[in-house]
Design a protein around this ligand. Structure first.
Ligand SMILES: [Zn+2]
Length: 382
Protein backbone atom coordinates (compact mmCIF):
# COMPACT_ATOMS: atom_id res chain seq x y z
CA UNK A 1 0.00 0.00 0.00
CA UNK A 2 2.95 2.32 -0.56
CA UNK A 3 1.69 3.83 -3.79
CA UNK A 4 -1.50 5.78 -4.32
CA UNK A 5 -3.84 3.77 -6.52
CA UNK A 6 -4.17 4.92 -10.11
CA UNK A 7 -7.45 6.57 -10.97
CA UNK A 8 -8.13 3.97 -13.65
CA UNK A 9 -7.78 1.06 -11.26
CA UNK A 10 -9.97 2.64 -8.64
CA UNK A 11 -12.70 3.20 -11.16
CA UNK A 12 -12.54 -0.43 -12.23
CA UNK A 13 -12.83 -1.76 -8.75
CA UNK A 14 -16.14 -0.16 -7.99
CA UNK A 15 -17.87 -0.05 -11.34
CA UNK A 16 -20.04 -2.65 -12.94
CA UNK A 17 -18.81 -4.58 -15.90
CA UNK A 18 -20.03 -2.86 -19.06
CA UNK A 19 -23.39 -4.06 -20.19
CA UNK A 20 -24.49 -5.69 -16.94
CA UNK A 21 -26.54 -2.83 -15.59
CA UNK A 22 -29.80 -4.25 -16.72
CA UNK A 23 -32.77 -3.33 -14.64
CA UNK A 24 -34.57 -5.88 -12.53
CA UNK A 25 -37.83 -6.60 -14.21
CA UNK A 26 -39.54 -8.97 -11.84
CA UNK A 27 -38.07 -9.31 -8.34
CA UNK A 28 -39.90 -12.61 -7.84
CA UNK A 29 -37.88 -14.18 -10.61
CA UNK A 30 -34.53 -13.35 -9.06
CA UNK A 31 -32.50 -16.33 -7.97
CA UNK A 32 -30.41 -16.39 -4.81
CA UNK A 33 -27.19 -18.36 -5.16
CA UNK A 34 -24.84 -19.18 -2.30
CA UNK A 35 -21.19 -18.48 -2.92
CA UNK A 36 -19.51 -21.38 -1.23
CA UNK A 37 -15.88 -22.26 -0.59
CA UNK A 38 -14.34 -24.51 -3.23
CA UNK A 39 -14.21 -27.38 -0.76
CA UNK A 40 -18.02 -27.60 -1.04
CA UNK A 41 -18.26 -27.32 -4.80
CA UNK A 42 -15.29 -29.36 -6.00
CA UNK A 43 -14.78 -33.08 -5.98
CA UNK A 44 -12.78 -34.52 -3.13
CA UNK A 45 -9.09 -34.96 -4.00
CA UNK A 46 -7.80 -38.52 -4.01
CA UNK A 47 -4.63 -39.93 -2.51
CA UNK A 48 -2.81 -43.16 -3.32
CA UNK A 49 -2.56 -45.75 -0.59
CA UNK A 50 -1.14 -49.27 -0.39
CA UNK A 51 -3.76 -51.83 0.48
CA UNK A 52 -3.37 -55.44 1.43
CA UNK A 53 -5.81 -58.29 1.14
CA UNK A 54 -7.16 -60.30 4.02
CA UNK A 55 -8.05 -63.88 3.14
CA UNK A 56 -10.26 -64.51 6.15
CA UNK A 57 -12.25 -61.70 7.75
CA UNK A 58 -11.82 -63.27 11.19
CA UNK A 59 -8.20 -62.13 11.04
CA UNK A 60 -9.31 -58.49 10.98
CA UNK A 61 -9.82 -58.38 14.75
CA UNK A 62 -6.08 -58.99 15.09
CA UNK A 63 -4.91 -57.05 12.07
CA UNK A 64 -6.74 -53.76 12.59
CA UNK A 65 -5.46 -52.99 16.11
CA UNK A 66 -1.95 -54.18 15.23
CA UNK A 67 -1.80 -51.98 12.10
CA UNK A 68 -3.21 -49.06 14.09
CA UNK A 69 -0.08 -49.31 16.25
CA UNK A 70 2.48 -50.05 13.54
CA UNK A 71 1.09 -47.87 10.74
CA UNK A 72 -1.44 -45.42 12.23
CA UNK A 73 -3.58 -43.60 9.64
CA UNK A 74 -3.08 -40.18 11.19
CA UNK A 75 -3.83 -38.23 8.02
CA UNK A 76 -6.72 -40.46 6.95
CA UNK A 77 -8.90 -40.47 10.04
CA UNK A 78 -11.96 -39.95 7.87
CA UNK A 79 -11.56 -43.39 6.24
CA UNK A 80 -12.54 -46.77 7.52
CA UNK A 81 -9.44 -48.94 7.44
CA UNK A 82 -11.15 -51.93 5.87
CA UNK A 83 -13.10 -51.80 2.63
CA UNK A 84 -16.25 -53.79 1.90
CA UNK A 85 -14.26 -56.36 -0.10
CA UNK A 86 -11.93 -57.03 2.81
CA UNK A 87 -8.95 -55.04 1.53
CA UNK A 88 -7.25 -53.08 4.25
CA UNK A 89 -5.30 -49.82 4.07
CA UNK A 90 -1.64 -50.30 5.00
CA UNK A 91 -0.45 -46.72 4.56
CA UNK A 92 -0.37 -43.84 2.08
CA UNK A 93 2.15 -44.69 -0.67
CA UNK A 94 4.29 -41.66 0.02
CA UNK A 95 4.43 -42.35 3.73
CA UNK A 96 5.29 -46.00 3.19
CA UNK A 97 8.08 -45.14 0.75
CA UNK A 98 9.51 -42.74 3.31
CA UNK A 99 9.35 -45.34 6.03
CA UNK A 100 10.86 -48.15 3.97
CA UNK A 101 13.21 -45.97 1.98
CA UNK A 102 16.47 -47.51 3.23
CA UNK A 103 15.85 -50.96 1.73
CA UNK A 104 17.91 -52.52 -1.05
CA UNK A 105 17.09 -51.13 -4.48
CA UNK A 106 15.97 -54.34 -6.10
CA UNK A 107 13.52 -55.21 -3.37
CA UNK A 108 9.86 -54.45 -3.89
CA UNK A 109 7.80 -52.42 -1.43
CA UNK A 110 5.90 -55.59 -0.53
CA UNK A 111 9.09 -57.40 0.48
CA UNK A 112 10.35 -54.42 2.45
CA UNK A 113 7.02 -54.05 4.17
CA UNK A 114 6.95 -57.72 5.02
CA UNK A 115 10.30 -57.38 6.76
CA UNK A 116 9.20 -54.20 8.50
CA UNK A 117 5.97 -55.73 9.83
CA UNK A 118 7.83 -58.79 11.08
CA UNK A 119 10.38 -56.63 12.87
CA UNK A 120 7.55 -55.02 14.83
CA UNK A 121 6.64 -58.42 16.26
CA UNK A 122 2.90 -57.81 16.61
CA UNK A 123 1.61 -60.08 13.84
CA UNK A 124 2.05 -63.72 12.87
CA UNK A 125 4.23 -64.46 9.83
CA UNK A 126 1.32 -66.09 7.95
CA UNK A 127 -0.86 -62.99 8.45
CA UNK A 128 1.92 -60.70 7.23
CA UNK A 129 2.66 -62.85 4.21
CA UNK A 130 -1.01 -62.97 3.21
CA UNK A 131 -1.34 -59.21 3.65
CA UNK A 132 1.69 -58.36 1.53
CA UNK A 133 1.16 -60.98 -1.17
CA UNK A 134 -1.86 -59.20 -2.61
CA UNK A 135 -0.57 -55.69 -1.97
CA UNK A 136 -1.69 -53.06 -4.50
CA UNK A 137 -2.08 -49.33 -4.85
CA UNK A 138 -5.52 -47.73 -4.91
CA UNK A 139 -6.83 -44.15 -4.76
CA UNK A 140 -8.94 -43.14 -1.79
CA UNK A 141 -10.50 -39.81 -0.76
CA UNK A 142 -7.81 -37.58 0.76
CA UNK A 143 -10.21 -35.58 2.92
CA UNK A 144 -13.56 -36.05 4.55
CA UNK A 145 -16.58 -35.27 2.36
CA UNK A 146 -18.47 -32.18 3.54
CA UNK A 147 -21.65 -32.53 1.53
CA UNK A 148 -23.90 -35.42 0.63
CA UNK A 149 -23.02 -35.38 -3.09
CA UNK A 150 -19.31 -35.65 -2.27
CA UNK A 151 -19.99 -38.45 0.19
CA UNK A 152 -22.05 -40.41 -2.33
CA UNK A 153 -19.22 -40.13 -4.85
CA UNK A 154 -16.30 -41.13 -2.64
CA UNK A 155 -18.02 -43.56 -0.33
CA UNK A 156 -18.51 -45.92 -3.24
CA UNK A 157 -14.74 -45.89 -3.74
CA UNK A 158 -13.80 -46.38 -0.10
CA UNK A 159 -16.04 -46.27 2.98
CA UNK A 160 -15.57 -43.00 4.81
CA UNK A 161 -17.01 -41.00 7.67
CA UNK A 162 -19.48 -38.21 7.01
CA UNK A 163 -21.27 -35.77 9.29
CA UNK A 164 -24.23 -34.27 7.41
CA UNK A 165 -24.78 -30.55 7.95
CA UNK A 166 -28.26 -29.35 7.05
CA UNK A 167 -27.32 -25.70 6.82
CA UNK A 168 -24.45 -26.36 4.40
CA UNK A 169 -26.60 -28.72 2.34
CA UNK A 170 -29.22 -25.98 2.04
CA UNK A 171 -26.54 -23.48 1.01
CA UNK A 172 -25.30 -25.86 -1.67
CA UNK A 173 -28.75 -26.55 -3.07
CA UNK A 174 -29.75 -22.86 -2.79
CA UNK A 175 -32.68 -23.79 -0.61
CA UNK A 176 -31.64 -21.99 2.58
CA UNK A 177 -34.32 -19.32 2.36
CA UNK A 178 -38.00 -20.04 2.51
CA UNK A 179 -40.38 -18.19 0.21
CA UNK A 180 -40.90 -15.32 2.63
CA UNK A 181 -37.18 -14.81 3.31
CA UNK A 182 -36.28 -15.04 -0.37
CA UNK A 183 -38.95 -12.44 -1.11
CA UNK A 184 -37.47 -10.07 1.48
CA UNK A 185 -33.94 -10.44 0.11
CA UNK A 186 -35.14 -9.81 -3.42
CA UNK A 187 -37.14 -6.77 -2.35
CA UNK A 188 -34.12 -5.17 -0.72
CA UNK A 189 -31.95 -5.93 -3.74
CA UNK A 190 -34.61 -4.40 -5.94
CA UNK A 191 -34.48 -1.31 -3.74
CA UNK A 192 -30.67 -1.16 -4.10
CA UNK A 193 -30.89 -1.39 -7.87
CA UNK A 194 -33.63 1.20 -8.02
CA UNK A 195 -31.59 3.57 -5.86
CA UNK A 196 -28.59 2.91 -8.09
CA UNK A 197 -30.68 3.98 -11.06
CA UNK A 198 -31.59 7.20 -9.27
CA UNK A 199 -27.87 7.75 -8.68
CA UNK A 200 -26.95 7.32 -12.36
CA UNK A 201 -25.63 3.81 -11.93
CA UNK A 202 -23.48 4.37 -8.87
CA UNK A 203 -22.94 1.29 -6.68
CA UNK A 204 -25.40 1.26 -3.79
CA UNK A 205 -25.21 -0.58 -0.49
CA UNK A 206 -27.94 -1.08 2.07
CA UNK A 207 -27.33 -2.45 5.55
CA UNK A 208 -30.28 -4.01 7.34
CA UNK A 209 -30.98 -5.54 10.69
CA UNK A 210 -32.56 -8.88 9.72
CA UNK A 211 -34.03 -9.40 13.18
CA UNK A 212 -36.13 -6.27 12.94
CA UNK A 213 -38.02 -7.10 9.78
CA UNK A 214 -35.12 -6.00 7.58
CA UNK A 215 -35.11 -2.49 9.05
CA UNK A 216 -32.62 -0.39 7.09
CA UNK A 217 -29.80 0.77 9.36
CA UNK A 218 -27.66 2.51 6.76
CA UNK A 219 -27.40 3.34 3.08
CA UNK A 220 -24.06 3.89 1.32
CA UNK A 221 -23.32 5.19 -2.16
CA UNK A 222 -20.01 4.61 -3.94
CA UNK A 223 -18.10 7.77 -4.80
CA UNK A 224 -14.72 6.45 -5.81
CA UNK A 225 -14.31 9.25 -8.35
CA UNK A 226 -14.19 11.69 -5.43
CA UNK A 227 -11.89 9.67 -3.18
CA UNK A 228 -9.95 6.47 -3.98
CA UNK A 229 -11.27 4.68 -0.91
CA UNK A 230 -14.91 5.72 -1.17
CA UNK A 231 -16.07 2.46 -2.67
CA UNK A 232 -19.69 1.75 -1.87
CA UNK A 233 -19.12 -0.83 0.91
CA UNK A 234 -16.54 1.43 2.58
CA UNK A 235 -18.99 4.33 2.58
CA UNK A 236 -21.74 2.00 3.81
CA UNK A 237 -19.64 0.71 6.70
CA UNK A 238 -18.87 4.29 7.65
CA UNK A 239 -22.57 5.12 7.56
CA UNK A 240 -23.21 2.19 9.92
CA UNK A 241 -20.57 3.71 12.19
CA UNK A 242 -22.41 7.04 12.02
CA UNK A 243 -25.56 5.22 13.17
CA UNK A 244 -23.50 4.15 16.17
CA UNK A 245 -22.34 7.71 16.84
CA UNK A 246 -19.01 7.16 15.06
CA UNK A 247 -17.84 7.36 11.46
CA UNK A 248 -15.13 9.39 9.83
CA UNK A 249 -16.40 10.45 6.40
CA UNK A 250 -20.11 10.92 6.62
CA UNK A 251 -20.81 13.27 9.45
CA UNK A 252 -24.28 14.46 8.65
CA UNK A 253 -25.92 17.63 9.84
CA UNK A 254 -28.76 17.02 12.27
CA UNK A 255 -32.02 16.31 10.52
CA UNK A 256 -35.02 18.57 10.75
CA UNK A 257 -36.57 16.21 13.27
CA UNK A 258 -34.03 17.35 15.83
CA UNK A 259 -31.12 14.92 15.44
CA UNK A 260 -30.47 11.40 14.24
CA UNK A 261 -32.09 9.71 17.27
CA UNK A 262 -35.81 9.89 16.66
CA UNK A 263 -38.88 9.37 18.79
CA UNK A 264 -39.31 5.82 17.52
CA UNK A 265 -36.09 4.97 19.38
CA UNK A 266 -34.00 4.36 16.27
CA UNK A 267 -30.87 6.13 15.08
CA UNK A 268 -31.19 7.60 11.56
CA UNK A 269 -27.61 8.83 11.26
CA UNK A 270 -26.70 6.10 8.78
CA UNK A 271 -29.27 7.20 6.23
CA UNK A 272 -29.03 10.43 4.28
CA UNK A 273 -32.47 12.09 4.65
CA UNK A 274 -32.60 12.40 0.86
CA UNK A 275 -32.55 8.62 0.43
CA UNK A 276 -35.15 8.04 3.10
CA UNK A 277 -37.40 10.53 1.31
CA UNK A 278 -36.77 8.95 -2.09
CA UNK A 279 -37.50 5.43 -0.84
CA UNK A 280 -40.66 6.49 0.96
CA UNK A 281 -41.88 8.26 -2.17
CA UNK A 282 -41.28 5.18 -4.30
CA UNK A 283 -42.16 2.38 -1.92
CA UNK A 284 -44.42 3.96 0.70
CA UNK A 285 -44.06 2.17 4.02
CA UNK A 286 -42.65 -1.05 2.53
CA UNK A 287 -39.27 -0.46 4.16
CA UNK A 288 -38.62 0.66 7.72
CA UNK A 289 -35.62 2.73 8.71
CA UNK A 290 -33.31 3.31 11.64
CA UNK A 291 -30.55 1.51 13.49
CA UNK A 292 -30.76 0.30 17.04
CA UNK A 293 -28.93 2.89 19.12
CA UNK A 294 -25.78 1.74 20.87
CA UNK A 295 -26.05 0.91 24.55
CA UNK A 296 -23.67 0.02 27.30
CA UNK A 297 -24.55 -3.54 28.23
CA UNK A 298 -27.84 -4.84 29.60
CA UNK A 299 -30.89 -5.51 27.47
CA UNK A 300 -33.27 -3.16 25.73
CA UNK A 301 -36.97 -3.50 25.09
CA UNK A 302 -36.07 -4.69 21.60
CA UNK A 303 -33.81 -7.38 22.96
CA UNK A 304 -36.43 -8.63 25.41
CA UNK A 305 -38.86 -9.06 22.52
CA UNK A 306 -36.49 -11.57 20.98
CA UNK A 307 -36.66 -14.10 23.79
CA UNK A 308 -34.41 -17.10 23.47
CA UNK A 309 -32.03 -15.54 20.94
CA UNK A 310 -28.56 -15.19 22.36
CA UNK A 311 -27.17 -13.29 19.39
CA UNK A 312 -24.48 -10.79 20.26
CA UNK A 313 -26.51 -8.00 18.72
CA UNK A 314 -29.16 -8.60 21.36
CA UNK A 315 -26.72 -8.99 24.21
CA UNK A 316 -24.54 -6.02 23.50
CA UNK A 317 -26.40 -3.82 21.04
CA UNK A 318 -25.00 -2.88 17.66
CA UNK A 319 -21.26 -3.21 17.23
CA UNK A 320 -20.06 -2.36 13.73
CA UNK A 321 -22.05 -4.65 11.39
CA UNK A 322 -22.44 -7.52 13.86
CA UNK A 323 -25.69 -9.33 13.06
CA UNK A 324 -26.38 -7.09 10.08
CA UNK A 325 -26.94 -8.11 6.48
CA UNK A 326 -25.49 -6.03 3.68
CA UNK A 327 -26.96 -5.76 0.18
CA UNK A 328 -24.75 -4.42 -2.58
CA UNK A 329 -25.53 -3.71 -6.19
CA UNK A 330 -21.96 -4.77 -7.04
CA UNK A 331 -19.67 -7.53 -5.89
CA UNK A 332 -17.13 -5.91 -3.55
CA UNK A 333 -13.42 -5.71 -4.33
CA UNK A 334 -10.80 -7.22 -2.00
CA UNK A 335 -10.44 -4.04 0.05
CA UNK A 336 -14.19 -3.79 0.60
CA UNK A 337 -14.70 -7.51 1.21
CA UNK A 338 -11.99 -7.32 3.86
CA UNK A 339 -13.55 -4.21 5.37
CA UNK A 340 -16.80 -6.17 5.62
CA UNK A 341 -14.87 -8.90 7.43
CA UNK A 342 -13.48 -6.36 9.88
CA UNK A 343 -16.97 -4.93 10.35
CA UNK A 344 -18.23 -8.39 11.41
CA UNK A 345 -21.07 -8.42 8.91
CA UNK A 346 -23.35 -11.46 9.00
CA UNK A 347 -24.26 -11.94 5.34
CA UNK A 348 -23.56 -10.14 2.07
CA UNK A 349 -25.90 -10.19 -0.92
CA UNK A 350 -24.88 -8.67 -4.23
CA UNK A 351 -26.20 -8.51 -7.77
CA UNK A 352 -23.62 -7.52 -10.38
CA UNK A 353 -20.44 -9.54 -10.73
CA UNK A 354 -17.19 -7.62 -10.76
CA UNK A 355 -15.33 -10.10 -12.95
CA UNK A 356 -11.85 -8.57 -12.68
CA UNK A 357 -11.74 -7.47 -9.05
CA UNK A 358 -14.68 -9.09 -7.26
CA UNK A 359 -13.63 -10.74 -4.02
CA UNK A 360 -16.78 -12.76 -3.29
CA UNK A 361 -16.65 -15.28 -6.08
CA UNK A 362 -15.11 -13.69 -9.18
CA UNK A 363 -11.44 -13.31 -8.33
CA UNK A 364 -11.32 -14.91 -4.88
CA UNK A 365 -13.77 -16.04 -2.23
CA UNK A 366 -12.43 -13.90 0.55
CA UNK A 367 -15.39 -14.61 2.82
CA UNK A 368 -14.44 -18.30 2.95
CA UNK A 369 -10.80 -17.93 4.01
CA UNK A 370 -10.52 -20.02 7.16
CA UNK A 371 -7.53 -18.14 8.52
CA UNK A 372 -9.57 -14.94 8.94
CA UNK A 373 -11.00 -14.48 12.40
CA UNK A 374 -14.45 -13.63 11.09
CA UNK A 375 -16.30 -15.09 8.14
CA UNK A 376 -19.63 -14.21 6.58
CA UNK A 377 -21.90 -15.87 4.09
CA UNK A 378 -22.17 -14.44 0.60
CA UNK A 379 -24.97 -14.74 -1.90
CA UNK A 380 -25.57 -13.49 -5.36
CA UNK A 381 -29.09 -12.36 -6.16
CA UNK A 382 -29.42 -12.62 -9.92
ZN1 LIG B 1 -14.17 -1.84 -3.22
Amino acid sequence: MSEAPEVKRVKLSDDAEPGVREELKDPEKLRIESILADEYTKQIAMIEVCVGSVADSKHLSKLVPALAKILPLTSLQHLKRVNRDGTIILAPVEELNRKLGDGAENETTAVLLQAYLRSEGLLDKSLIDGLCAGMKIVSVPATQPLLRWQYDLVNSVWPCKFHPNRHNEALYTNTLFDKHEAHQHRQIMELCLWLGKQEKGRPIGVCVNPRLGSRIAAIGVGRSEQHPVWHCPMVLIDMVAVSQSGGIWNRLPSTSTGGPLREDGFHYGGIEPRYERLVREQYGELFSFGAEPIRNGGTTALARDESGDSDNLIKYGPYLCTGYDVYLTHEPCIMCAMALTHSRVRRVFYHHLNAHVGALGSLVKLHTIKELNHRYEAFRIL
